[in-house]
Design a protein around this ligand. Structure first.
Ligand SMILES: NC(=O)c1ccc[n+]([C@@H]2O[C@H](COP(=O)([O-])OP(=O)(O)OC[C@H]3O[C@@H](n4cnc5c(N)ncnc54)[C@H](O)[C@@H]3O)[C@@H](O)[C@H]2O)c1
Ligand SMILES: O=C(O)C[C@H](O)C(=O)O
Length: 336
């Protein structure tokens, strides 16, 4: 009897530890819908909370019929709907905001998306201050600092829990390399550092399986401007949604694996980073080891060649401005 209840208690605490509520803000959008579907297919997710300013209950009803065990709920676009979606969340993914049209830079989205992200970050700081916040909304180089400033202003900033999602850059890099080298992309791990726009995206091919590619200007350009390829092809109907959903789901899955005890889970991500703080760059994307507390360890950039050294210089100049713009926005526009 005693034995049985001990076993039951242990089984209960193990499953309680693995209860993982994941919230998606912007769930009815081009990224939000396939991302919600992929999260529904992930057995590590036990509760899926979908929020949008329009259409989340419909997406939730649809996704909820997928026959996996997790529960799915769509929340009304009200402050209490948002608060309830966030309460108890372990991970919050934010793909809310407008995407680019041809001819636009990601920075051109700032005027619209900065206040959307600021207000959603406020709701997160109030309702789930300890959640891992995964920012997808562009311009990531600025929206992540915006979230940090909001959390700081509410006294709940934990730099280990805030992530700009740059996974798509490494997904693209490995696919593009595999096309050139006729290999399996699953075996091509390309480190990409910096930020998430144009020249701030710095692939380090010298560290890959194919160091010769570090002088391939066309490939470097393709990785840096891969997003533009999709924007152009969609011709006004938005930017990458399906590949982004896959990349966002991968980042969430990695965090869940790490929080459930797996060691050595490494993803590239744009975080509050010590790597170049001495040069005034407070956020930087590099390989990060994830753990139960979020960021476990920020890995060094490592040895780069002369071409990459130059790419990094160009990255720093833009990144510094993008980060400063996000910080200044919250100071000048604290909102209600
Ligand atoms: N980080 C990356 O690698 C990456 C990749 C692709 C796209 N993006 C960015 O992701 C964002 C979304 O792209 P998309 O294609 O899904 O756009 P979309 O327009 O299809 O969807 C955006 C969704 O956000 C919702 N939304 C707007 N304001 C909101 C708010 N205050 N609260 C909740 N929801 C809100 C909209 O109703 C819409 O459903 C864009 O900013 C885009 O640039 C980032
Ligand atoms: O290109 C965009 O605007 C969307 C996204 O950042 C991407 O890299 O595909």
């Amino acid at each position: 009897m005693f034995m049985a209840s001990r076993i039951q208690t242990r089984a209960f605490s193990a499953s309680a530890r693995n209860l993982s509520k994941v919230a998606v803000l912007g769930a009815a959008g081009g990224i939000g819908q396939p991302l919600s579907l992929l999260l529904k297919l992930n057995p590590r997710v036990t509760e899926l909370a979908l929020y949008d300013i329009r259409g989340a209950p419909g997406v939730a009803a649809d996704v909820s019929h997928v026959n996996t065990k997790s529960t799915v709920k769509g929340y009304e676009p009200t402050p209490s709907g948002l608060a309830n979606a966030l309460k108890g969340a372990e991970i919050v993914l934010i793909p809310a905001g407008v995407p680019r049209k041809p001819g636009m830079s990601r920075d051109d989205l700032f005027n619209t998306n900065a206040s959307i992200v600021r207000d959603l970050a406020k709701a997160c700081a109030d309702s789930c201050p300890e959640a891992n916040i995964l920012v997808i909304s562009n311009p990531v180089n600025s929206t992540v600092p915006i979230c940090a400033e909001v959390f700081k202003s509410k006294g709940v900033y934990n730099p280990k829990r805030l992530f700009g999602v740059t996974t798509l850059d490494v997904v693209r890099a490995s696919r593009f390399v595999s096309e050139i080298k006729k290999t399996d992309p699953a075996n091509e791990n390309v480190t990409v550092v910096g930020g998430h726009s144009g020249v701030t995206i710095v692939p380090l091919f010298s560290q890959s399986n194919h160091p010769d590619l570090s002088s391939n200007a066309e490939l470097i350009h393709r990785v840096q401007f891969g997003g533009d390829e999709v924007v152009k092809a969609k011709d006004g109907a938005g930017s990458a949604t399906l590949s982004m959903a896959m990349a966002g789901a991968r980042m969430a899955e990695s965090l869940l694996r790490a929080s459930q005890g797996e060691k050595g889970v490494i993803e590239p991500t744009f975080v509050d980073s010590p790597l170049y703080k001495d040069q005034g760059i407070d956020f930087f994307s590099s390989k990060v080891e994830l753990g139960p507390s979020g960021v476990e360890k920020i890995l060094p950039v490592g040895k780069v060649d002369a071409v990459e050294e130059k790419l990094l210089e160009a990255c720093f100049a833009d990144l510094k401005k993008n980060i400063a713009k996000g910080v200044a926005f919250v100071k000048e526009n604290p909102g209600n």
